[in-house]
Design a protein around this ligand. Structure first.
Ligand code: BTN
Length: 325
């Protein structure tokens, strides 16, 4: 009910009359009035003028189910949305929902994680009120070996969403970190449940630093947030839905060919490593070369003295020769 009022207020230039809201929502004037009062208590500034109706002047950056639903503009992502003020990890929540039969596209968002997971067994610091922690459940009919490409699809989607939203210039550090001015603003953790040649489900978990101003000291030198980089004020629920919108778009392009041919050019245009010297931290034998972009299946093309090498995501990590990018 609150989310429907919010949606109507947001989608209308100027005032929405009480009568219009009653008709749209199929409820009484008193119910509309109560809904408006609740929104005001939650921090929304709503102007009410007799004979004109209601107008939304300002919305706070609160994460809750109403906010998330009112900004939704996707067709299948977020058909089921779950929001938690606090949870262990949104990836873990999605796995549990998948086991219970939740649908393709189910979205879980939290304001705080007590056991946020990063890649390579690291933890992901997840304080409240400042970041986005979101995970999407996917049940694509693709082979397990193709799943890592979805991580690149997620990276492209978040990059595009941040760019559209803030006017900042985010870039991708292959395969799936998002950086602004060389510092990491978003991390992506893809997990999956498979049988020999079949994917039961995939969880794409995305963490975006929105208005963080401090970070744990181990990552402080290479981490940043949208606020620190000077973007516009960000309403997190809106950015979550923009990420979902972009992801739905790029995912559908990916599913047409089961590879990255349809997005490769765009991905490469955002690639921070492009044309730069990189060090490939291959546990067998680290090497250096110049990154040339990705292949249709998401490997990084690196030109070395010995010739061209293809680096697969997941096997190794890549650094700039002078630091993180
Ligand atoms: C990385 O190490 O770069 C990946 C970080 C992924 C963090 C996100 S936050 C939402 C989701 N839930 C988790 O526990 N991890 C991912």
């Amino acid at each position: 009910m609150k989310s429907e009022i919010l949606k109507a207020l947001r989608n209308t230039e100027g005032f929405v009359s009480g009568q219009q809201l009653c008709e749209k929502l199929g409820v009484s004037r008193t119910a509309v009035w109560k809904g408006i009062q609740k929104l005001k208590q939650e921090g929304y500034t709503i102007e009410a003028i007799s004979n004109k109706g209601y107008r939304l002047l300002e919305a706070p950056d609160v994460l809750n189910i109403d906010e998330l639903e009112s900004y939704r503009k996707t067709r299948w992502i977020g058909e089921e949305i779950y929001y938690f003020d606090v949870t262990d990890s949104t990836n873990t929540r999605v796995k549990q929902l998948a086991e219970q039969g939740s649908v393709h596209g189910t979205l879980v968002v939290a304001d705080r994680q007590e056991a946020g997971k990063g890649r390579r067994g690291r933890n992901w610091a997840s304080p409240p009120g400042v970041s986005i922690y979101m995970s999407i459940l996917l049940k694509p009919g693709i082979k397990p070996q193709s799943a890592s490409m979805l991580t690149l699809i997620a990276a492209l989607s978040v990059t595009k969403a941040i760019k559209e939203f803030t006017g900042l210039l985010p870039q991708i550090k292959w395969p799936n970190d998002i950086v602004i001015n060389g510092k990491k603003v978003c991390g992506i953790l893809t997990e999956m449940d498979t049988e020999i040649n079949h994917i039961n489900y995939i969880v794409v978990g995305i963490g975006i630093n929105v208005r963080n101003t401090e970070f744990p000291k181990e990552i402080a030198a290479m981490a940043t947030s949208l606020l620190l980089e000077g973007g516009k004020e960000v309403i997190r629920a809106k950015l979550v839905q923009e990420v979902c919108f972009q992801f739905e778009h790029y995912y559908e392009i990916f599913m047409k060919t089961n590879n990255l041919s349809g997005v490769r050019e765009e991905y490469n245009a955002y690639l921070v490593n492009l044309g730069r010297k990189v060090r490939v931290l291959d546990p067998k034998e680290p090497f250096e070369g110049e990154a040339e972009g990705i292949t249709d299946t998401g490997e990084l093309i690196v030109n070395t003295k010995e010739g061209q090498k293809l680096v697969s995501a997941g096997e190794v990590s890549v650094r700039g020769i002078y630091g993180y990018v």
